[in-house]
Design a protein around this ligand. Structure first.
Ligand code: PGA
Length: 252
C-alpha cells in the first residue's frame, strides 16, 4: 500500500517563535488524526529544522523536511546546505525542484537529478516536484512537459532508488493563486505520471506516492485526496494555519 502524505511547505515564512507555536498547535491537534500509513511532514525553513525537530521529539506521526539541498557534497559553497548536513540532523525529507526553485533560481532537470542523487545517497526521501506553468497548460502541452520533467530528473535511478522518492505534481498556475486544479485534472495528471513511471519501472510505479500541490485547502482536500492516484498533498499557504492544515490532514 502506498504511503499517504500531507506535507506542509512553509516556504520563507514565520519567525522562530511563530514556527514553534505553529508546531505546538499542530502536535496538539494531529495526535488522533494520523492513522495507519499516513505521514505528516513539516517542511520548515533551514534555521527552524532543528528546533522544530526537537519539539516533535519522537513523535512517529509527524516528521520534518527541508525545502531544498545543494547539488554539491560539501565545500566552498557559501550559503548552501548539503544533503549530508540534513542527514546528520536526521532530517528524513527534502523537497527538490519546487517550481519556485526552478523559476527564481534557474534550477533545471539535470541539476535536480543531481540533487535527487545527493538526497538519496544520504538516506533522505526527496519530494520531487513537477508541474506546468499556465501558458503550457493553455497550449495543451502540459502532459509532454511533466513527463519530460519526471524523466529528466528521475529516470536515471534504479527501481530500488525510485521507490524511495515521493513525487509532487504541482501545476504552477495553481500555486498560491487560490485556483486549484479540479479533482479530474489532478487525477488525470497523476495517472499519467504513474503510467509514465510504469513504462520504465513496471509494477514499481504502483508503490510511488504522488502528492498534489497547488492551493490545497480544507474545503477541497477531501475531493482531491479521494482520487485514485492522489496520495496526499504538498500544501503551501494553508499549512501556515494550524487549524486549516489539520483539517487537510483529517481529509486524508
Ligand atoms: P500553495 O503552495 O498551497 O500555497 O498553493 C503549494 C506549494 O507551493 O507547494
Amino acid at each position: 500500500m502506498r504511503n499517504k502524505i500531507v506535507a506542509g511547505n512553509w516556504k520563507m515564512n514565520k519567525s522562530l517563535a511563530e514556527a514553534q507555536s505553529l508546531t505546538a498547535e499542530i502536535i496538539g491537534m494531529v495526535a488522533d488524526e494520523v492513522k495507519g500509513n499516513v505521514k505528516v511532514v513539516l517542511c520548515t525553513p533551514f534555521p527552524y529544522l532543528h528546533p522544530v525537530k526537537s519539539q516533535l521529539g519522537n513523535n512517529d506521526r509527524i516528521a520534518v523536511g527541508a525545502q531544498n539541498c545543494s547539488e554539491h557534497e560539501s565545500g566552498a559553497y557559501t550559503g548552501e546546505t548539503s544533503a549530508a548536513m540534513l542527514a546528520s540532523m536526521n532530517i528524513p525529507y527534502v523537497i527538490i525542484g519546487h517550481s519556485e526553485r526552478r523559476q527564481y533560481f534557474g534550477e533545471d532537470g539535470a541539476l535536480l537529478a543531481t540533487k535527487v542523487d545527493k538526497a538519496l545517497a544520504h538516506g533522505l526521501t526527496p519530494i520531487f516536484c513537477c508541474g506546468e506553468p499556465l501558458e503550457i497548460r493553455e497550449a495543451g502541452t502540459h502532459e509532454a512537459l511533466v513527463t519530460k520533467q519526471v524523466a529528466e530528473s528521475l529516470f536515471h535511478l534504479s527501481a530500488v532508488a525510485l521507490q524511495k522518492v515521493v513525487i509532487a505534481y504541482e501545476p504552477v498556475w495553481a500555486i498560491g493563486t487560490g485556483k486549484t486544479a479540479s479533482s479530474q485534472q489532478a487525477q488525470d495528471m497523476h495517472a499519467l505520471i504513474r503510467k509514465h513511471l510504469a513504462s520504465k519501472y513496471g509494477a514499481v510505479a504502483e508503490n510511488i506516492s504522488i502528492l498534489y500541490g497547488g492551493s490545497v485547502k480544507a474545503d477541497n482536500a477531501k475531493e482531491l485526496f479521494a482520487c485514485a492516484d492522489v496520495d496526499g498533498g504538498l500544501v503551501g499557504g494553508a499549512s501556515l494555519k494550524s487549524r486549516e492544515f489539520v483539517e487537510i490532514v483529517k481529509a486524508i
